[in-house]
Ligand binder design. Structure first.
Ligand code: AHR
Length: 307
């Protein structure tokens, strides 16, 4: 009798997709929602080739760490995250490295040795702070008293925007005084609350506000109006992000400038993950291209804004 035919080679595993875990910070701002949508939309459009495991850490580093550990247990190809704060990542990134899973930092940096992550995709927050200072100086003719609304304590977006802004003011604009600087945690509600307390303390002394994001500025604008002052006129505004809400405020004459920060990082993120899975090398910092937008052109810019 003829010998039985050799068995067919084992079928390829059902999941031959690029498997990516992403540990998102939370939903603190319109900007963050746009970033989440960009990532989820791209994965949804490429469902045949991408398997996205998405976790929302609700603003807590411990939840991001838990999510990363579970992605390691699942054996994903690449792990992405926007680190809520800069420090405290060494141990979990080392676990990922030992499991052979590259880490991609998206939007915010982590303060870890370079060999613990593959690349950082995002903005130059120091430059955003520098640009914010130059815009504030232009609005105030290089002289005046201002307040600063900081982002989440310990976040790279807050640390670097503050450094970029404060250093530029100190170096180039000696007649601009920062009266007070306090965290508003990147949220509209906190931005409003902190601006109310600044207005109580300093009243009409305040000539300008720099906010580390537009959402806090939108809250501050409400506080300024409730105090009977005109935002954008009595108190000049400069904030970061470029969300639609601030363009609407600029078009209405209630805000002056936004320094753009691009949240639409989904396509770049997955292209980078695919390269890493294929064993290709990628640049250590994949920088976003961004601009500065002023009230003067807001009405014509608004229809072109996608977030
Ligand atoms: O890390 C980017 C910052 O985080 C954005 O400016 C802000 O809106 C977000 O919450």
């Amino acid at each position: 009798d003829a010998a039985p035919a050799p068995a067919e080679p084992a079928a390829k595993p059902a999941n031959d997709k690029l498997v990516v875990g992403f540990a998102q910070i939370g939903q603190e701002s319109g900007w963050r929602d746009a970033e989440t949508q960009s990532i989820q939309f791209y994965a949804g459009q490429n469902i045949d080739t991408i398997d996205l495991k998405f976790a929302d850490a609700q603003q807590k580093q411990e939840n991001q760490i838990k999510a990363i550990k579970s992605f390691i247990d699942m054996g994903v190809d690449v792990i992405g995250l926007a680190p809520v704060v800069e420090t405290g990542w060494d141990a979990v990134f080392t676990e990922a490295k030992e499991a052979g899973i590259p880490i991609v930092l998206v939007d915010r940096k982590a303060d870890v040795p370079e060999d613990l992550y593959a690349t950082f995709i995002g903005s130059d927050f120091i430059k955003e702070g520098n640009d914010g200072a130059d815009e504030m100086a232009r609005l105030l003719d290089n002289k005046g008293k201002i307040v600063e609304l900081e982002g989440t304590v310990g976040a790279s977006a807050a640390n670097d925007r503050k450094k970029g802004f404060d250093d530029q003011i100190a170096a180039k604009y000696p007649d601009i005084e920062i009266l007070a600087s306090q965290t508003g945690d990147f949220t509209r509600a906190k931005g409003k609350e902190v601006m109310e307390s600044f207005l109580k303390t300093y009243g009409s002394e305040i000539q300008g506000v720099f906010a580390h994001n537009d959402d806090m500025m939108l809250g501050a604008i409400e506080a300024i109006k409730e105090a009977g002052l005109k935002p954008g006129v009595d108190i000049k505004t400069v904030s970061c992000d470029g969300v639609k809400g601030i363009f609407e405020a600029m078009a209405a004459g209630e805000a002056n400038v936004t320094v753009e920060c691009n949240p639409l990082l989904g396509p770049q993120f997955f292209e980078t993950c695919a390269k890493l899975k294929a064993g290709e090398t990628v640049e250590k910092w994949i920088k976003s291209e961004e601009g500065v937008y002023r009230a003067e052109t807001a009405a014509e810019d608004l229809p072109n804004r996608v977030y």
